[in-house]
Design a protein around this ligand. Structure first.
Ligand SMILES: [Zn+2]
Length: 493
């Protein structure tokens, strides 16, 4: 295996097996019988081992290490080579023993978290979390010792090494600044927004599951989801998974409030359209994927918040459900201070993220011990929201991320909000607000997908996250201004 083409052929096998893993994951959440879980664990374990072996296969390894970027014909080939090399060096920095120890501890941590959450008692999982954090520190130390990763680790903090997994090329200072601006803008506006809000959010939103499913299928189709290479199913937590050629989305129907499933459907289809819109000729290559988690989230949030929670969409939805568009709009845009991130509105959402980023950065850098997490969370929550946290399940135990080993993931949610706001401004600037609103009311949303395809989806992961974002925004720098303008117009004008 000497040429880049030969290496990419080997990589293709790897990518195909990874997609089998994704499909098994989908099946686990949606179809698999309870009694098959032991088998499933073994299947996934065996697959993970094969994948690691394929990634570090001796011939492949030598070929990747010998690649000379300068001899490659164009920037795309160079990007593929750079990604192959970085991923390989990361794999080599961690040996098989370390990887399996980490996987075992992660399973243990997650199980302990479930128990602790049931008992609403963080103390039950605190020791396991601390042990896992030590492994994160060891992982980062191994990266720093790797000669092949020298230029990558240089000048990056430990937290930034974690962050790079989700948002390649982003620095913590920029994220901290953006979140700081969002916190300040939110806190100064929140009292007025709450004050102006219409009271009495008791409109009936009940609808049976069959009717909800029909509506969801209809909305997904109109957004542009291709059902000839995708499915909609039911799972406890909605998600989008699978593969660009076989994309799986899920929702959960609550018969008391159909808007829950509908809005999560719009969100997940936003993710799915990105996957389905990735360039076909780059599929199964290192750069043929989504550019980052934040950019993925910008796609889902753009559809969910800027389309799904807009008045023109509520007007269309009113026609479908015989409900008042104004009631729907009020219901979908109700703002309140709450403890749970996933249930929060688009105004207070970023406060939840700012809280988490500050804490996870200190955990990873060793400035905060797991045993002090609850106290820190509750104090920071009080400072941001002015509320006491009544129990750990409404506080530091609510999210799976840290207990599933994901540190550096949270800021990508707010990044998604900001990118979405700027993309929408660009889009409205080109199409015109009145034209867009009237086509949304009529149920024609195709123009938006067209722009997202060309600005975002077609770029795949050939560039680092900040460069992909700049290009998607037509050369503009990322900032919090468009999002704040959006809040002002929607909630305060
Ligand atoms: Zn999402």
């Amino acid at each position: 295996m000497k040429t880049l083409d030969a290496l990419l052929t080997h990589y293709r096998e790897l990518a195909l097996l990874e997609s089998v893993d994704a499909l098994l994951g989908w099946d686990t959440e949606t179809q698999a019988p309870v009694g098959s879980m032991d088998l499933r664990e073994e299947q996934m374990g065996a697959l993970a081992k094969s994948l690691y072996r394929l990634r570090t296969h001796p011939e492949f390894r030598e070929g990747v290490l010998a690649l000379n970027s300068k001899a490659l014909p164009d920037s795309h080939a160079q990007a593929q080579a750079a990604k192959l090399q970085k991923d390989l060096h990361k794999d080599l920095a961690l040996n098989e023993t370390f990887v399996s120890r980490q996987a075992e501890r992660r399973v243990r941590l997650q199980n302990q978290w479930k128990l602790a959450r049931q008992e609403k008692n963080f103390s039950k999982v605190s020791a396991d979390l601390q042990q896992y954090l030590e492994l994160v520190r060891e992982q980062n130390a191994r990266y720093r010792d790797s000669v092949g990763l020298k230029t990558w680790v240089e000048g990056r903090s430990d937290y930034e090494l974690c962050l790079d997994e989700y948002e390649p090329g982003f620095d913590a200072a920029t994220l901290r600044r953006l979140l700081g601006e969002l916190v300040q803008a939110t806190q100064s506006r929140l009292p007025k927004i709450l004050d102006r809000q219409r009271t009495g959010q008791n409109q009936k939103m009940s609808l049976d599951s069959k009717a909800q499913e029909k509506l969801c299928l209809n909305v997904a189709r109109q957004m542009g989801f291709d059902f000839s290479r995708g499915r909609l199913d039911v799972s406890t937590h909605p998600f989008c998974g699978g593969h660009p050629l076989d994309t799986r989305i899920t929702v959960r129907y609550n018969t008391d409030d159909f808007t829950e499933a509908l809005l999560s459907l719009v969100h997940e289809v936003g993710h799915a359209l990105y996957e389905q819109g990735l360039p076909k000729d780059a599929l199964h290559t290192p750069c043929g994927k989504a550019a980052s988690f934040g950019i993925h989230e910008s796609q889902s949030r753009l559809w969910e918040n800027f389309v799904g929670r807009s008045l023109p969409f509520c007007q269309w939805l009113g026609g479908q459900t015989q409900m008042s568009p104004q009631d729907l709009f009020g219901h979908l845009n109700h703002v309140s201070k709450s403890w749970i991130r996933t249930e929060s509105d688009e105004v207070t959402y970023n406060l939840h993220i700012a809280l988490r980023m500050g804490i996870e950065e200190d955990l990873v850098e060793g400035r905060l011990k797991a045993k002090d997490l609850r106290d820190r969370w509750n104090a920071d929550f009080k400072a941001l929201f002015g509320l006491d946290v009544p129990s750990d399940d409404l506080g530091c135990l609510q999210d799976i991320h840290w207990f599933g080993g994901a540190f550096g993931y949270f800021p990508t949610y707010s990044l998604g909000n900001l990118v979405a706001a700027q993309l929408m401004e660009r889009f409205l600037g080109e199409v015109g607000e009145a034209t867009w609103n009237s086509s949304v009311e009529k149920g024609d949303w195709s123009r938006l997908l067209q722009s997202l395809r060309s600005w975002v989806h077609s770029q795949a992961a050939f560039k680092k996250s900040p460069d992909t974002i700049r290009e998607a925004l037509g050369g503009q720098e990322l900032s919090s201004a468009a999002f704040v303008r959006y809040l002002d117009r929607k909630y305060l004008s």
